[in-house]
Design a protein around this ligand. Structure first.
Ligand SMILES: NC(=O)c1ccc[n+]([C@@H]2O[C@H](COP(=O)([O-])OP(=O)(O)OC[C@H]3O[C@@H](n4cnc5c(N)ncnc54)[C@H](OP(=O)(O)O)[C@@H]3O)[C@@H](O)[C@H]2O)c1
Length: 314
């Protein structure tokens, strides 16, 4: 196989770190899209140490800042990866549980990072992906609706301008429970996947959504009270054994890498994968009108036309 490159967002920890490592193991060059450069550099160094001949490096990128995303894409345009860019893994994610926080651009932080940041990144990178190429968006089973056994609420969809507006969120019902906003942002990832797949139908670029299952040992719980985090992490081995669909991040990462590299899924687009199985996502996620509305509103919110920032002058 001739070498290819993949950009993985949120590669500094959890699922993103493991999938970048797995792709490098399979001979891919990996670009680690990370906001924390020193943690990203440590992951890159570890990958390059484990797999001599691998090429892993950090692309500084804060998905909560449109300027940062534009600058990251501009720097990739200036210095393209040595092997063709054939995959984008939109993995970075945040779950703000308590209170309402804002992105650098003033949008609600969970929707802004998980959806808007990736939406802008995808649109900016489309011209740089070399077909055949794949875009995988990491979603979550939380998009289905309340998980009664785990006590997790479901999504609450609204006009994307409302979902992005911290003041509207602050006054609305989701203000007290950021987990609703998280589940909603993961539904947005699926709408984006399906809409992208329709828009890319005549190009050799696929778009799929991936549900990694519950991974209790990652950093996604960092906004929970420290006592809850401690209990949750102590229970992680039990949860992985007992809760259907709960998994170690390494296992989910192997499946995610398979979705990026396997010939078996080369032509599959517009599908939702749970591990390696294509499954139906929620009924609501197939609403094409809402998906198209999200696409158009997101363009307005990120500032259309979505173009990379001009290169910085010395
Ligand atoms: N854990 C689960 O049970 C679970 C279940 C279903 C789906 N997922 C999804 O899986 C994906 C990975 O999450 P994880 O569980 O591996 O959690 P994690 O360990 O917290 O990893 C999240 C990654 O996203 C990065 N990130 C957050 N905000 C960012 C920003 N503004 N700019 C750039 N990077 C940012 C984090 O970077 P820093 O290191 O700088 O914070 C980190 O590398 C997420 O999309 C999540 O929604 C997780």
């Amino acid at each position: 196989m001739s070498p290819s490159s993949a950009l993985v967002t949120g590669a500094s920890s959890g699922l993103g770190r493991h999938v970048a490592t797995e792709l490098a193991r399979q001979g891919w060059n990996v670009i680690l899209g990370c906001r924390d450069q020193s943690r990203g550099a440590a992951v890159a160094a570890e990958i390059n140490r484990q797999f001599p001949g691998a090429s892993a490096y950090v692309l500084p990128m804060d998905l909560a800042s449109f300027d940062s995303i534009r600058a990251a894409v501009a720097s990739l345009t200036d210095q393209p990866p040595s092997a063709p860019l054939r995959a984008l893994v939109c993995n970075a994610g945040i779950q703000v549980v308590d209170g309402v926080r804002r992105t650098v651009d003033g949008h609600e932080l969970t929707f802004g990072t998980n959806h808007l940041g990736h939406f802008l990144l995808i649109n900016l990178l489309l011209d740089q992906l070399v077909a055949p190429a794949r875009i995988v968006l990491v979603s979550s089973g939380t998009h289905f609706g309340p998980h009664r056994a785990l006590g997790f609420p479901g999504p609450r969809w609204a006009d994307p301008r409302v979902l992005a507006d911290p003041d509207a969120v602050h006054l609305g019902q989701t203000a007290k429970d950021g987990r609703i906003r998280y589940a909603t942002s993961k539904l947005a990832n699926i709408y984006t996947t399906y809409e992208l797949s329709r828009r890319l139908a005549d190009q050799d670029v696929t778009a799929t959504a991936f549900d990694p299952g519950l991974m209790p040992s990652t950093g996604l719980d960092r906004d929970y009270p420290s006592r809850t985090q401690r209990i949750y992490r102590r229970l992680a081995p039990v949860l992985v054994r007992l809760v259907p669909g709960a998994r170690h991040p390494q296992c989910s990462a192997t499946d995610l890498a398979w979705l990026v590299t396997s010939a078996e899924v080369a032509d599959i687009s517009g599908r939702y994968f749970v591990g390696r199985r294509p499954k139906r996502s929620s009924k609501a996620s197939y609403d094409e009108v809402l998906a198209a509305q999200l696409w158009d509103r997101s363009h307005e919110l990120v500032g259309s036309p979505a173009r990379p920032a001009p290169p910085k002058l010395p």
